[in-house]
Design a protein. Structure first.
Length: 443
């Protein structure tokens, strides 16, 4: 029970940081939208989606592999750290070259070809951060690093605001800001690693190869999961206008804000799962509780988003984004369902079973692509939203059936909220905020 309490203490503690990140993310979206308009947003989205899609492929699954190796004590800290850093350098160089080639081949209405170089630079920075996160997750030292992530968001928003106020915010300068903040995040990750981990890396190509044998399945699974999230932007760019793509990109980014807290919970689930004995009933009960709490927090957020979207979107983003609110409303049910998939998958992944997500995505991604081709030409962004929601829901339903069988518990165990969940979460929140000490002092 102590481990469960510690886990939920971490979950509640990270909530405050995620609120700050959400506010900063929204501020960044508003500034970009007001400055670039729907068409500019569409152009920027189709450029940035390339490194985002490729990140998980070139990551090689080393983040998950490092966490698994350290959690199960399959190799020394020195060997794992050396392998992830060595791989980050190699994959970063190759990934940058491939991303640049794809961007150049894809082309853009922006005549400045240097933008491809800038956008491609996001990829090696992301691979570096992922490598560091994998090691820290395996050592269960990720909480303090995550708490500092708002610095990168604050820098990103500050640079956007400065460019906006001086009249220099364009698609090109927005791409520079994205690359700069990604680079800052990579440097911050390396600095945190040096400061908090007293381990001298042992560089070995053989260790890289060993970890890749496990990581490759994670990488392919994560690539398909990301493709399920982001291919709609690519297809919108092919089948619709830049302005319609920009509206859909805004709707998708607002919807993805619902995933901020579940993403943080997911990382902790993966780390705890990798460090827990196989078949631990205590851990499975904790994981089920984390999933159902995250699901219902997301449902509450989706209801709030749906209620305010009709007047929030025009107010914040302007008349240029008329129709984005409707796209968001059609996306929200799928966003909620995907939380179950994401968190159940992190638990299974921490237990060394990434092939389950791979199998599910091999069904969901073709469905997503087919529906996008069918619906986008006539329905635009609404069609893309419907395709995504259908694909997300299908993924979640399959995962619910598989996860229930794997943990030998009925779906209600990880889907239905309990009264004790709320009272325990409230108690943890009071403890973190120091309210219990205040009450004791008054008594």
């Amino acid at each position: 029970m102590a481990k469960a309490r510690s886990f939920f203490h971490d979950v509640v503690a990270v909530f405050g940081t995620k609120i700050v990140v959400l506010v900063l993310s929204l501020a960044g979206i508003v500034v970009l939208s007001r400055s670039l308009g729907a068409e500019g947003q569409g152009i920027l989205a189709t450029l940035l989606v390339v490194p985002l899609l490729m990140m998980n492929f070139f990551d090689g699954g080393m983040r998950q592999s490092a966490t698994y190796y350290l959690g199960k004590k399959l190799a020394s800290d020195e060997d794992v750290l050396g392998a992830v850093l060595l791989y980050a350098v190699m994959a970063g160089v190759v990934g940058f070259c491939v991303a640049y080639a794809i961007l150049h081949f894809q082309g853009s209405s922006i005549e400045n070809g240097a933008i491809y170089f800038v956008v491609a630079a996001i990829l090696p920075a992301g691979i570096t951060v992922s490598a560091v996160r994998g090691f820290l997750l395996g050592k269960q030292q990720i909480k303090r690093f995550n708490a500092a992530l708002w610095f990168e968001k604050a820098l990103y928003v500050a640079m956007l605001c400065l460019l906006w106020l001086t009249g220099h915010l364009t698609v090109f300068t927005a791409a520079i800001v994205s690359a700069t903040s990604a680079g800052f995040n990579a440097l911050q990750a390396l600095w945190f690693l040096l400061k908090s981990v007293n381990t001298r890396p042992n560089f070995s190509f053989m260790m890289v190869f060993r970890m890749l044998k496990i990581g490759a399945v994670y990488a392919l699974a994560m690539f398909l999961i990301m493709a399920n999230y982001k291919l709609d932007i690519v297809l919108m760019g092919m089948l619709s206008t830049d302005a319609e793509t920009g509206k859909y990109a805004i709707a998708a980014r607002i919807g993805e804000m619902l995933w901020e807290l579940p993403a943080a919970v997911g990382m902790m689930i993966f780390a705890r799962s990798a460090n827990s004995p196989t078949g631990s009933t205590d851990w499975e009960a904790t994981a089920c509780r984390a999933i159902r709490l995250s699901l219902w927090v997301t449902i509450a957020g989706a209801v709030a988003f749906g209620a305010v979207a009709p007047f929030m979107v025009p107010l914040l983003f302007g008349a240029d984004f008329k129709g984005a609110d409707t796209m968001l409303l059609w996306l929200l049910p799928g966003m909620v369902m995907m939380v179950v998939f994401k968190l159940a998958n992190t638990d299974l992944g921490g237990k060394g079973k990434p092939y389950i997500a791979l199998a599910i995505m091999s069904i969901a991604v073709p469905v997503n692509i087919g529906l996008n081709y069918l619906l986008i030409p006539d329905m635009g962004g609404v069609g893309a939203a419907l395709a995504s929601t259908a694909s997300y829901t299908l993924s979640a339903l399959i995962m619910i059936m598989i996860y229930s069988r794997r943990i030998k518990r009925p779906p209600g165990e990880f889907l239905l909220l309990r009264k004790t969940d709320l009272t325990d979460a409230w108690a943890q929140g009071r403890k973190i905020l120091g309210m219990e000490k205040v009450d004791q002092a008054k008594a």
